[in-house]
Design a protein around this ligand. Structure first.
Ligand code: SF4
Length: 362
């Protein structure tokens, strides 16, 4: 890949995702490049904190079991049902713990689960009874959050520091890392000073897709209460103001982790085309990296570069719709090149989700 294609943080982020998919964990056994036990996603998190790259270390058997529930995410309501659905026919209100919101929403979710083929339902008089099709597996073993900062200088480290401190205090992920571009020199200790000691630092060579660990992270206490930092004083170390924070109980953290994992299962990191304009005549997918011709990254023939997701949006002044003649084969059912590119990426995502060919239809 030419150097200019990794200039943007976006391009670097895509390379980090691909590297993680092939080589996670760093410094350990890279494992089989087609190994199924790692799911990688990007730009996911919570309302307050979104991570760049997220690696889910999975139990291979449980990941295959998860595939039975289909490629689409299970939202909070559906998870409540499939995690508590009984093995024998039971009136749903007897089977499920009170959800903390009105039962009518549970009934709606039961119908949705039935439509998706992930729950069995029947009427017994006026009562809806449910029975599980499969137990919902705990398929995620560890969650690793990575911030991508190709140019990690002292000022970038100072900016990143509070975000990583938030992650460490919350302990929603098992590990947090910063990935930076390898420069051939060791990561300066002064940079590490700006970052919490619990965060790892990874030096990635995006062209060759090789990484070295500059600093190993500490495992965070995901099963203990987290501390959500709401506000921090900006009057420096000597100021008398107190930070505002609240505790988050481990159960809420476990629920949030499951919801993030479900979104990651559906989207993965190749969903970048969903927010870009593959229906533009300038949009292409090009192979990245001489060592890794199989990674497809976006490329704009108009700009002659890997465009960012923000540039490649409805507001792009250079957008030109793909000509209708490109769509003549089978259009509109098959769609034009834009649709085909999305399908190509979706097929690749599917390959990382073993077992998806059986089970639920969606
Ligand atoms: S011209 Fe604009 S919309 Fe079209 S591919 Fe390039 S960045 Fe995307």
């Amino acid at each position: 890949m030419a150097d200019d294609t990794v200039d943007s943080e976006f391009a670097f982020e895509l390379r980090t995702c691909r590297w993680a998919e092939r080589a996670w964990p760093p410094g350990g056994n890279a494992g089989d490049s087609d190994g199924p036990a790692t799911i990688v996603a990007r730009q996911l998190g919570t309302k307050r904190r979104r991570w760049d790259t997220i690696v889910f270390e999975c139990d291979p058997g449980a990941l295959r079991q998860r595939a039975k529930f289909g490629a689409k995410r299970l939202d909070g309501d559906l998870l409540h049902i499939v995690r508590n659905a009984p093995a024998e026919w039971t009136y749903y209100r007897d089977a499920l713990p009170h959800p903390g919101y009105p039962w009518r929403y549970v009934r709606e979710a039961i119908h949705r689960a039935d439509d998706r083929g992930i729950l069995e339902t029947r009427k017994n008089g006026n009562r809806i009874e449910i029975r599980r099709k499969w137990p919902y597996p705990e398929w995620v073993e560890r969650i690793v959050a990575i911030e991508n900062k190709p140019d990690l200088d002292a000022s970038a480290a100072r900016t990143l520091g509070p975000q990583l401190e938030y992650d460490v205090a919350m302990s929603l992920a098992d590990e947090v890392w910063v990935a930076t571009q390898q420069t051939g020199e060791r990561v300066e200790p002064v940079l590490l000073e700006g970052l919490p000691v619990e965060a790892g630092v990874l030096a990635l060579e995006p062209e060759a897709l090789e990484a070295e660990v500059a600093w190993y992270p500490r495992s965070l206490a995901v099963e203990e209460p987290g501390t959500r930092i709401l506000e921090r004083p900006d009057d420096g170390d000597r100021g008398g103001s107190a930070a505002r924070f609240e505790y988050v109980d481990p159960e809420e953290k476990a629920t949030t982790r499951r919801l993030i994992a479900e979104r990651a299962y559906e989207r993965g990191w190749r969903s970048f085309a969903d927010t870009m304009r593959p229906d533009c005549r300038h949009f292409e997918l090009r192979a990245a990296g001489p060592q890794d011709g199989s990674q497809l990254v976006p490329y704009c023939t108009g700009k002659g570069d890997c465009q960012t997701a923000a540039e490649c949006a409805g507001s792009c002044p250079d957008f030109q719709p793909e000509p209708p003649v490109w769509r003549t084969k089978g259009w509109p059912i098959e769609g034009g090149p834009g649709k085909r590119l999305k399908r190509l990426l979706a097929d690749r995502r599917r390959r990382r989700r073993p077992g998806l060919d059986g089970g639920a239809t969606e």
